[in-house]
Design a protein around this ligand. Structure first.
Ligand SMILES: Cc1cc2nc3c(=O)[nH]c(=O)nc-3n(C[C@H](O)[C@H](O)[C@H](O)COP(=O)(O)O)c2cc1C
Ligand SMILES: [Fe+2]
Ligand SMILES: [Fe+2]
Length: 407
């Protein structure tokens, strides 16, 4: 666990978490951090929490003591978000201290009670404040359905610090550098990629609410953004606000100037057309990613589709339907409400086809509102004529996606 000073009386405890499936689903090959913040005035508050690898409360207390905080003096536990990655330590804390007040929204209060049996709770609403003394005043600003219904921002007005919880967060472990101004250019790129993966995997479904949370952040005078996952922005908080604004647009059909080929093939017939398409994209100088399903991780697949302005779906018919690993991938993308993409599909069939019908059903069912160029289906191995049609489709896609590019 790392301990960092953010300002006088404000510290961060941060811990890298690896070798887990985030939310029980997402492979996080580069890990994720859990960040906790301690604000000290005359009274002390801890915002969200981390226990430590061992899950033993003493680890947390030892770390608190090392930054000069006697855990027994903590008066307030601020639960910005009840999801157990931030709140799972409450019961442990209860073991060493019994007289603290939990501060959270009404929706969180219900869950803090049902998950942990807690009842000493102060429910806060928009704009409520908590004066810790010594110039440290916290205010609370619900941002519902930014991940869970209960989420709120906590804002410290003396230092103009926004403790934003899941908002403005990213996957990715932090080594030595935890502040935006310390990051090397490679680390900036790393946290952008990990931020996109985090947003697409965890937040994309809630894009309309994320937009509201961005607007709410704009009403606060912010010098520092201190999220629950990923680096702290103390020099340029606008950077992560702008990044998140761009991610909301990716979720609604914009993307980087690149194409994702989401593909699968049983006996290599569709794969022949994929090879051909790669040649076209190289010739046209278009950046692309190839995701072969089911080999690609779900996390990477969702992130790559999410950030691309153009999507090529290359998949054959399988038992009267779309090749299942590709159908499942598209369903997942649909569940994440990644809408409005420019897309083109081609694929092989052997008997009477059926892939196309299921593709339409998936897009319809998930209200994806993707804009498709007319698909190309070929029987068995693609002929020169089939490949010419595929080329026409790809060129049309390159042209159509231009309006959607937001870097
Ligand atoms: C398990 C299996 C199920 C299939 N189901 C269908 C089908 O329902 N309708 C169809 O037209 N072709 C079906 N086919 C034929 C394939 O679509 C055809 O072989 C195609 O060329 C496969 O392309 P690929 O080599 O890119 O996987 C099936 C093939 C397999 C192996
Ligand atoms: Fe969360
Ligand atoms: Fe979280």
């Amino acid at each position: 666990m790392k301990k960092l000073k953010i300002a006088d009386g404000i510290h961060m405890l941060t811990m890298n978490v690896e070798d887990i499936l985030f939310e029980g689903i997402w492979e996080i090959a580069s890990g994720v951090t859990l960040n906790s913040y301690i604000v000290q005035g005359e009274k002390t508050a801890i915002i969200d929490g981390v226990i430590g690898w061992d899950g033993i409360p003493e680890t947390l207390y030892r770390n608190l003591e090392e930054i000069g905080v006697d855990p027994k003096t903590i008066d307030y536990l601020i639960v910005n978000h009840m999801e157990p990655d931030h709140s799972g330590w409450i019961s442990n804390f209860r073991k060493i201290k019994d007289d603290f007040t939990i501060i959270c929204t009404d929706k969180a209060a219900k869950m803090v009670a049902s998950f942990y049996g807690e009842d000493k709770i102060r429910v806060v609403k928009e704009g409520d404040t908590l004066d810790l003394g010594n110039g440290k005043v916290l205010s609370f600003h619900p941002v519902p359905n930014v991940h869970w219904p209960d989420t709120m921002y906590t804002y410290e007005s003396g230092t103009k610090t926004l403790f934003s919880c899941d908002m403005f967060g990213a996957f990715g472990r932090m080594e030595v550098h935890c502040f935006d101004d310390e990051l090397t250019p490679e680390e900036v790129d790393f946290f952008e990629a990990e931020g996109i993966r985090y947003y697409s995997n965890v937040m994309a479904t809630f894009t309309p609410m994320v937009k509201k949370a961005i607007e709410k952040a704009k009403t606060l005078d912010i010098k520092v953004i201190a999220p629950g996952h990923g680096p702290v922005y103390r020099t340029n908080p606008q950077k992560i606000i702008d990044d998140y604004t761009r991610y909301t647009r990716y979720a609604e059909g914009a993307g980087k100037d690149e194409i994702t080929i989401l593909w699968g093939s049983m006996y290599g017939m569709t794969a022949k057309a994929v090879d051909f398409v790669e040649g076209i994209l190289r010739r046209e100088g278009v950046k692309y990613s190839k995701l072969e399903m089911p080999l690609e991780s779900e996390s990477e697949m969702v992130a790559t589709v999410f950030k691309s302005a153009g999507i090529i779906i290359a998949a054959p018919t399988y038992e009267y339907k779309l090749f299942p690993p590709v159908a499942e991938a598209l369903n997942e993308v649909g569940r994440k409400k990644i809408t409005g993409k420019q897309a083109f599909r081609f694929g092989s069939y052997g008997w009477s086809g059926g892939a196309e019908k299921e593709l339409s059903e998936i897009v319809e069912r998930n209200k994806m509102n993707w804009s498709f160029i007319e698909s190309v289906e070929f029987e068995g191995c693609p002929t020169t004529e089939d490949l010419n049609k595929v080329e026409t489709g790809v060129l049309e896609l390159i042209n159509k996606m231009k309006d959607k590019v937001v870097e």
